[in-house]
Design a protein around this ligand. Sequence first.
Ligand code: FES
Length: 275
Amino acid sequence: MTAEPVVGTETTTKTRYDADTLAALTADATAIMERYPDPRSGLLPMLHLVQSVDGYVSRDGILFCAEMLGITAAEVSAVATFYTQYKRHPNGTYTVGVCTNTLCAVMGGDAIFDELSDHLAVGHDETTPDGAITLERVECNAACDYAPVVMVNWEFFDNQTPETATALADKLILGEDVVPTRGAASVCSFKQMSRILAGFPDGRADEGAGAGEPTLAGLKIARERGWTAPDAAGPRVDPAGTEPVGKPGSSAERKPATPSDTTVGKDKKPGEDAK
Ligand code: FES
């Protein structure tokens, strides 16, 4: 762990990790750097590594990354401040992220965020005084079929309401177990999650179901009806260059079937389709 310097006394450019912490960090950072042809490509996972130790990207963490990669602290800071996943102040044990992207927002995400914000008395990117929860608005988590979605340390809690989300937050504050809707059977801490994101798996990646019923609904219908995706290379034509050929069912390749298929853009007056 690190001790933050007293404001105004930051005269050293060296990290202040104790020897054991520094040795462990150095071993892990070396393993990260060895994954890449250019070691500095490992900066992103190294920042997660720092967060797994300090709970955020600390001053010492920035200096450590800079020393390991032979770049300046300013260069490390520039990256750490660009991505919202890197925290520049101590994060809570749990990041509770409410998706307020378009679909989740209209399905109730905005209401969930407002309720949680009132309930916890914190705003976006603020942490409860007990250090349990950092509340965030987050962007789409590719779980729109379960909107509105709340993430706890990136585990899914689907189809939430203001009531279920506040009950979830209360459990986290009390230290009670919570069970994600999909994926892993439990939620780890922010520091543990950060270590996974640094590329040190906890062996639980395949726990639980990944894609649920709503996600697979379209695939099920397509298989029932024999639909397949268009050829990635685009519509193919016969050697004469006139007749489209390919898999049946592809809208890009089907033959004209209705009058409007053949009259689009030809001999049509504005607004004719609206009649
Ligand atoms: S908009 Fe919320 S998961 Fe996509």
